[in-house]
Design a binder for this molecule. Structure first.
Ligand code: PLP
Length: 373
C-alpha cells in the first residue's frame, strides 16, 4: 500500500482538531435550534453562541459586543472594507500593502475609494513611517496583514498602531495567518479591527471572526435578519462557531509549545534546503511565521515542482491556495523584487508535522533538482 501523502500546506487549511470536532458534534443533531427562536431549543443554541462569543472575547481581550461571527475571513475582510467607505460625506481613502491576501486586494479594488499601496522591502517588511507618510484627512482605513500568507513575514502591527494613534482612520489587521502563532490581544496590539479564520487554526471551515471596536461604526455587508446585533444577517452557524471557539482556545493553550516545535522543524528544513545552491529562501528570516518556508529553485517553475512533489507524496503549494489553480508568477514575490516569481514554493508546517516529514521533503527536493538539471 502507498504511504499517506505528507501534508505541508497548513497555511492553506488545517485539519479540524479532534477537540474542536468533539465540541461541535452535539450541535448538529441534538442541540440544533436556531438561536433566534425563543423556545427551549433556541435558548440552547443562544447559550452556545453567547458562550462562544464570551470565550473568544476573553482571548482577544475585548468586549463580547465587539465580536461578530461571519462565514470566513474573506467575509470579515469584505465587511470591514465595505463598511469603512460608507460615510456619504467622505471621499474615502484606504491605505494597505501591495502584498495583502487577495481578499483584501480585491475588496479594495472593487470599492470606489482611493487606495494607496505601501511597498514592502525585499524581505517583505513594511515600515510604520511608510504608512504615516501616506495618511490624509480622508484616510478612513488602514488595512495591514499581520502575517503574509505566502512568505510568512510578520509586520510590526503594534508600532503601526502607535503611529496612527492621533488619526481617525480605523486600523484593521488581517490576522488569518498570524492567529496560530502571534499575540492576538487586541488591546496590546492597539488595533481597531481584526479578522480571523477558523479553518487556519484547526477549526472547521465556514466560520470567521470580525473584531471591531465598539466605538467604530459598522455597516453590515449582508443584510436581512437582525442577527449579530444587526451587523451580519443570516442564521448563525452554531456548530462551526462552537468549533471555532474550541479551536481558538486550544490554539492559545498550545501556542508557545507549538511555536517552539514548528520553529525547530522550519529551521531544520531551511538548513537542509539551503545546502542546495539552486535554492534561495524568500522573505525575512527573523520576522517570519514559525511554520513558513518559501523558496525559489533555479530553473524549476513552481507548477512543475508542485506536480513532481505531489507525485512523490508531498503536498505543498506555490502561494495562496486561492490563486494556485491559475499558474501565474506570485505577485507577492514580484513585489519583493524576487528574480524568479514563477518559481516560488510555499511549504507550511503544522501540528502533525514530524522530523521524518522534513527529512523526506528535503531529500525529495534534492532528487528533483538532480532530475531537472
Ligand atoms: N487572509 C489571509 C492572510 C489568508 O491566508 C486567507 C486564506 O488563505 C484569507 C484571508 C481568507 O480566509 P478564508 O479562507 O477564511 O476566507
Amino acid at each position: 500500500m502507498k504511504n499517506t501523502p505528507i501534508y505541508l500546506d497548513y497555511a492553506s487549511t488545517t485539519p479540524t482538531s479532534p477537540r474542536a470536532f468533539k465540541a461541535m458534534q452535539k450541535y448538529f443533531s441534538k442541540q440544533y435550534g436556531n438561536p433566534s427562536s425563543l423556545h427551549y431549543y433556541g435558548r440552547q443554541a443562544q447559550n452556545a453562541l453567547d458562550q462562544s462569543r464570551t470565550e473568544i472575547a476573553r482571548i482577544l481581550n475585548c468586549s463580547y459586543k465587539e465580536i461578530i461571527f461571519t462565514a470566513s475571513a474573506t467575509e470579515s475582510i469584505n465587511t470591514i472594507i465595505n463598511s469603512a467607505i460608507q460615510d456619504p460625506s467622505s471621499d474615502p481613502h484606504i491605505i494597505t500593502t501591495s502584498i495583502e491576501h487577495s481578499a483584501v486586494l480585491e475588496a479594495c479594488r472593487t470599492t470606489k475609494a482611493k487606495i494607496s499601496f505601501v511597498q514592502p522591502d525585499t524581505k517583505g517588511l513594511i515600515e510604520p513611517n511608510q504608512i504615516e507618510g501616506l495618511l490624509t484627512k480622508n484616510t478612513v482605513l488602514v488595512s495591514i496583514g499581520y502575517a503574509n500568507n505566502e512568505i510568512g513575514t510578520i509586520q510590526p502591527i503594534k508600532e503601526i498602531a502607535k503611529t496612527l494613534k492621533n488619526h481617525k482612520a480605523i486600523l484593521h489587521t488581517d490576522a488569518t495567518q498570524a492567529a496560530g502563532y502571534c499575540n492576538i490581544d487586541t488591546k496590546e496590539l492597539g488595533v481597531d479591527a481584526m479578522t480571523i479564520s477558523s479553518h487556519k487554526i484547526y477549526g472547521p471551515k465556514g466560520a470567521g471572526i470580525l473584531f471591531i471596536k465598539e466605538n467604530c461604526p459598522l455597516y453590515p455587508l449582508i443584510v436581512g435578519g437582525k442577527q449579530e446585533s444587526n451587523r451580519r444577517a443570516g442564521t448563525e452557524n452554531i456548530p462551526a462557531i462552537v468549533g471555532l471557539k474550541e479551536a481558538l482556545k486550544e490554539t492559545e493553550e498550545t501556542k508557545e509549545e507549538e511555536t517552539k516545535k514548528q520553529k525547530m522543524l522550519r529551521d531544520l528544513l531551511i538548513k537542509q534546503l539551503l545546502e542546495n545552491k539552486e535554492i534561495t529562501l524568500n522573505g525575512s528570516m527573523e520576522n517570519r511565521l514559525p511554520n513558513n518556508v518559501n523558496i525559489s529553485i533555479e530553473n524549476i517553475k513552481s507548477d512543475i515542482a508542485l506536480a513532481y512533489l505531489d507525485n512523490q507524496g508531498i503536498c505543498v503549494s506555490s502561494g495562496s491556495a486561492c490563486t494556485s489553480n491559475t499558474p501565474q508568477p506570485s505577485y507577492v514575490l514580484k513585489e519583493i523584487k524576487n528574480k524568479n516569481p514563477e518559481n516560488g514554493i510555499r511549504i507550511t508546517i503544522g501540528r502533525n508535522t514530524k522530523e521524518t516529514d522534513i527529512n523526506k521533503t528535503s531529500s525529495t527536493i534534492k532528487e528533483m533538482i538532480r532530475d531537472f538539471t
